[in-house]
Ligand binder design. Structure first.
Ligand SMILES: Nc1ncnc2c1ncn2[C@@H]1O[C@H](COP(=O)(O)OP(=O)(O)O)[C@@H](O)[C@H]1O
Ligand SMILES: [Mg+2]
Length: 234
């Protein structure tokens, strides 16, 4: 599918009104396939707005977002739906599992809308949950729920895995385990992972670090010596 190219991306909420917010203001970057990318910025910087646009869940106001030679920013609803189903895996801060489906049923549900899904049991195994597949979310710890949510994202075999503060609801030790898992999946499955965080310690594991501030790119660097996720504490 290739690289991700974002050019002059802008998002304005409530344009022309007195409560207008310029959430993304001329954002430009290029990401390489298979890279572990961290987008770091304080609350309100525009991180979730950016991730939602990258995931096809929201429209940009202007600019382009090229993936595999196609401009997602120009997609109509039908193409966006297909893009969300096939090409994007999304991991949220609060897991967002369906409470009355078991762990593996949550994963099956995502597999059912994908084009070429992976085997759900294999993916549950690779996130370390082969013994918990028949538990409901309420019977799982926070870390296990997030592993299930990651399995649900990966089973679709998406090109890109987008993670919005995936450790934000977890304690530091469990969070570090989730970061290790995301890093391993990035490499094992050769996925581009884009993870958003406000935590500068977590950002130390980035292969590529993009700082976002007030809707603008403040810096964009390749990290010559990323920390191992297991060596990060916060
Ligand atoms: N749906 C919306 N309508 C209006 N303003 C919004 C909306 N979503 C986000 N914003 C504003 O856009 C800015 C960026 O928000 P967000 O992308 O959520 O930042 P972050 O994820 O970095 O905390 C904030 O000022 C926020 O209040
Ligand atoms: Mg956010």
């Amino acid at each position: 599918m290739g690289n991700i190219l974002v050019e002059h991306l802008c998002k304005i909420y409530n344009p022309g009104q007195e409560n207008e917010v310029r959430a993304l203001d001329d954002v430009n970057f290029t990401l390489n396939e298979g890279e572990f990318v961290v987008i770091l910025g304080p609350s309100g910087a525009g991180k979730s707005t950016l991730l939602n646009i990258l995931g096809g869940m929201d429209n940009a106001s202007s600019g382009s977002y090229m993936v595999g030679g196609k401009d997602v920013a120009k997609f109509k609803e039908r193409e966006l739906t297909s893009f969300r189903r096939k090409d994007i895996g999304f991991v949220f801060q609060f897991y967002n599992l369906i409470p009355n489906l078991t762990a593996i049923e949550n994963v099956h549900l995502a597999a059912a809308v994908a084009d070429q899904p992976l085997n759900a049991a294999d993916v549950m195994d690779s996130v370390g949950l082969s013994k918990r597949v028949h538990n409901f979310p309420s019977q799982l710890s926070g870390g296990e729920q997030q592993r299930t949510a990651i399995a649900r994202a990966i089973v679709k075999n998406p090109e890109v895995l987008l993670c919005d503060e995936p450790t934000g609801a977890l304690d530091s030790k469990t969070g570090a385990e989730i970061l290790s898992l995301l890093y391993r999946l990035c490499k094992d499955y050769k996925k581009t992972v884009i993870m958003v965080t406000h935590n500068s310690q977590i950002a130390l594991m980035a292969e590529r670090l993009i700082r976002l501030s007030d809707g603008k790119i403040a810096s964009d660097e390749v990290n010559p010596s990323p920390l191992k996720p297991e060596d990060i504490t916060w």
